[in-house]
Structure formats: structure tokens, C-alpha cells
Design a protein around this ligand. Structure first.
Ligand SMILES: O=C1C[C@@](O)(C(=O)O)C[C@@H](O)[C@@H]1O
Length: 150
């Protein structure tokens, strides 16, 4: 069965308790269950990982790039959290590993503080889903599967 990696970055382990007026009440476990259910409906296995460490995210993207080349992985659904707005290294990893990435943000970053308006990840992304709450993960998985099966 083809696979998708759902990769969550810093502070997303706090979903559900973290600023619920911005991010809602769903926990990371809820999000991961939603992702696995979405994958099951589409005939895709979903692996979920979360890290608060930039280097761990980079290593996961490099590994994902290798798995895409062997045909084992379709791509990555990535919520880079605050690294979205700071990390040239994430941009370089996505480009360098040649991994199809759908960037997801739970909140509408463009309606928030100006420092959230710029993303280093977006120019390297194959698609972007912003502002749909945690349902954005479902939309991103559906979009990635459609893109990769087209
Ligand atoms: O950690 C996050 C979460 C976020 O990526 C989102 O999902 O809305 C938006 C980022 O600006 C923020 O730093």
C-alpha cells in the first residue's frame, strides 16, 4: 500500500490545549486519527510524526525523499509550525530531497501577525492548505493523493 508521512513541527504536540481560540480543541492524537482514517478511505497508509526539533524534521524529509524515489512513499503533509517563518533549512531540505510536500496550517496565517505572512516552505511546496482548522490535514491528504495519482 502506498504511504504518506504526516509531519508536524514545533508546538503541535500542544494542539487541543494551546490557544484553543486559534487552533481549536482537537488534540494531536485526534489529528493523527483523522489522518489515518482519511488514508484508509483512500487506500493509503498514513504514518504520523511530530518533533519540536528542526534537525529531526530535516532528517525526516531526507528519509522521505529517499522513500519517494523507491516508490514506497507518495509524499509528505507538513505543518512546519513556527519554522515555517524562519527556516531556510526546511526549504533547502524539501528542494534537495525532491520530496512532494503539501504545507498545512491550522490557522489562517495571513489573517494573523505580519511575521506569520511569510513562509520559507511555500515556494518549495506542491500545494498549500491554510485556515481550515484541523480539517486541513484531511484536505491536504486528499490533495496529495490526487496530485500523485494524476
Ligand atoms: O505553530 C504554528 C501553527 C501554524 O503552523 C498553524 O498550524 O496554524 C501557524 C504558525 O504560524 C504557528 O507558529
Amino acid at each position: 500500500m502506498p504511504k504518506i508521512l504526516v509531519l508536524n513541527g514545533p508546538n503541535l504536540n500542544l494542539l487541543g490545549q494551546r490557544e484553543p481560540e486559534v487552533y481549536g480543541r482537537a488534540t494531536l492524537a485526534d489529528v493523527e486519527a483523522l489522518c489515518r482514517d482519511t488514508g484508509a478511505r483512500l487506500g493509503v497508509e498514513v504514518e504520523c510524526r511530530q518533533s519540536n526539533h528542526e534537525g529531526v524534521l530535516l532528517d525526516a524529509l531526507h528519509e522521505a525523499g529517499r522513500a519517494v524515489k523507491t516508490g514506497e512513499l507518495l509524499g509528505v503533509v507538513l505543518n512546519p509550525g513556527a519554522y515555517t517563518h524562519t527556516s531556510v533549512a526546511l526549504f533547502d531540505a524539501i528542494k534537495g530531497a525532491e520530496v512532494p510536500v503539501i504545507e498545512v496550517h491550522v490557522s489562517n496565517v495571513h489573517a494573523r501577525e505580519p511575521f506569520r505572512h511569510h513562509s520559507y516552505v511555500s515556494p518549495a511546496a506542491a500545494g498549500i492548505v491554510v485556515g481550515f482548522g484541523v480539517d486541513g490535514y484531511r484536505l491536504a491528504i486528499e490533495g496529495l493523493v490526487r496530485q500523485r495519482r494524476a
